[in-house]
Design a binder for this molecule. Structure first.
Ligand code: GLU
Ligand code: MG
Length: 454
């Protein structure tokens, strides 16, 4: 970023600030997501937005080593507390927050003080990988689903705040004011909602949104969660996005939907491959499948993630794919007959909302670029096949611990090259530190420790 960029941002933000102030905005927040999946924020009074847009706000380099519980996993080099990045809001995504009156928010990118991109910034990394796909003539459309539970009051224990059965109309009636306020807030913020429904577990809900360009979809995921949290507070609810709120129950997933497009044509449909995939669509899915164990260090990044990732919980615990198979880690969704051309996509199911959504999509894009033949699909619950048949079909369980997926990530050259060594090292430091803290705790202790941070 040079002086001309800064001047341009300053001018644009000056216009924006006065329009925002007219709308009653008092403060502007900008945040980035750290390696542990936590959004870290800086704010300025609205009149300071031009300075923020041009020069950013400082964040210590130590933020690359923050754990979800705010412990800093200092690197052995001793450089943790030394250095400063500047977070610069993306004004094109600035939005007035509907459930935090007087506030606006924009996702931020982190730059070095000399204006070069911070090599560990996950949003800039994702943008770079999207550009690389663009150079190959392919654009991507992605969307994150969000599952969460609402808890009554502000205690640490989970107390389901919405009674009623799984997917039940009764549960919706129990929170219809909350549900309406959510839909209103999403609409006011320009979030295109596809569906909202009560999910399986007690007090659990799910929201799905329309696909967008990858960076925009990760921004949306951050904004959706901030909105759910804020609307919940207005209704006296505490919100948990943790993969396993109750160790005995069904977890919260954070599935990603991905489709590839060339010349306005969806490469997941209309082709000569299985279920209509094109060869490019198949080899993308093959690449993601082959790298899934390593991708889990990004998409199931906490010790709690592995409490969720178990068979027969629709979490996708096996390294396989299948058409509309909710027990496969990759579920091919073709849509209804006639809608395939726009609806077909690949759903990555084995991931949760402890993930940094930018890092995870960056990993998926890098893995998918490593074109790999796609094996035969699995069209039953893999857990029903038994060990011998699973072995015959070459279907393995995904890693069952963070240790295993971290080892797979560290051994993965494709992801290593895409991310660069400094980022691989800081991700590993954060995961190692979390393992040290929680790796030998009981499921109850892990669930308790992980319930409210994200
Ligand atoms: N709650 C499930 C999970 O942990 C997903 C349920 C669904 O398929 O929507 O991922
Ligand atoms: Mg669901």
């Amino acid at each position: 970023m040079d002086q001309a960029d800064r001047d341009q941002r300053h001018t644009r933000a000056t216009e924006l600030a006065s329009a925002l102030a007219d709308e009653g905005v008092v403060g502007v927040a900008t945040s980035f997501v750290d390696n542990a999946g936590i959004s870290r924020v800086k704010t300025v009074p609205v009149g300071k937005l031009p300075d923020l847009a041009a020069w950013g706000a400082g964040f210590s380099s130590a933020f690359d080593y923050f754990r979800a519980d705010d412990w800093v996993a200092a690197p052995a080099s001793g450089e943790g507390p030394v250095g400063d990045q500047r977070i610069i809001p993306d004004l094109s995504r600035l939005v007035v927050l509907a459930a935090q009156f007087g506030w606006a928010w924009a996702p931020g990118d982190r730059y070095e003080q000399d204006g070069t991109p911070h090599p560990q910034d996950s949003r800039l990394l994702l943008r770079r990988l999207v550009d690389e796909w663009g150079e190959r003539g392919v654009t991507l459309r992605t969307a994150y689903e969000v599952e969460w539970v609402v808890s009554a009051g502000d205690g640490n224990d989970f107390v389901a705040a919405a009674a009623g059965p799984a997917y039940g109309l009764g549960r919706l009636a129990a929170v219809s004011d909350y549900g309406r306020d959510l839909l209103e807030a999403f609409a006011a913020q320009g979030i295109r909602v596809e569906q909202f429904h009560p999910e399986y577990a007690p007090g659990q809900f799910e929201l799905s949104v329309s696909p967008e360009a990858p960076v925009a979809s990760a921004d949306t995921s951050v904004l959706v969660r901030a909105t759910i949290r804020a609307v919940g507070l207005r209704h006296g609810f505490r919100t948990s996005f943790s993969p396993k709120v109750d160790p005995a129950g069904v977890g919260n997933g954070g599935h990603a939907h991905v489709s590839l497009w060339r010349d306005q044509e969806n490469l997941m449909a209309g082709g000569s491959g299985r279920y209509g995939m094109t060869p490019d669509g198949e080899s993308f899915a093959g690449g993601v499948l082959a790298h899934l164990p390593a991708l889990l260090a990004l998409g199931a990044p906490s010790v709690a993630s592995y409490l969720r990732l178990v068979p027969q919980h629709w979490a996708g615990a096996y390294v396989c794919w299948g058409l509309e198979n909710r027990e496969a880690a990759l579920r091919l969704v073709t849509g209804s007959a006639g809608s395939e051309k726009w609806a077909a996509n690949l759903e990555v199911k084995c991931i949760d909302l402890h993930a940094n959504p930018y890092l995870l999509l960056a990993g998926i894009l890098a893995a998918g670029a490593d074109a790999t033949p796609l094996p035969e699909p699995v069209d039953v619950d893999p857990a029903s096949l038994g060990d011998d048949e699973l072995a015959r079909r070459g279907v393995a369980r995904l890693p069952t611990t963070l240790r295993e997926s971290l080892d797979a990530f560290l051994a993965d050259q494709v992801l290593g090259e895409a991310f660069g060594q400094p980022l691989v090292d800081s991700i590993a430091a954060v995961r190692e530190s979390e393992l040290e803290e929680l790796g030998s705790s009981s499921p109850e202790q892990v669930a308790d420790a992980s319930r409210w941070a994200h």
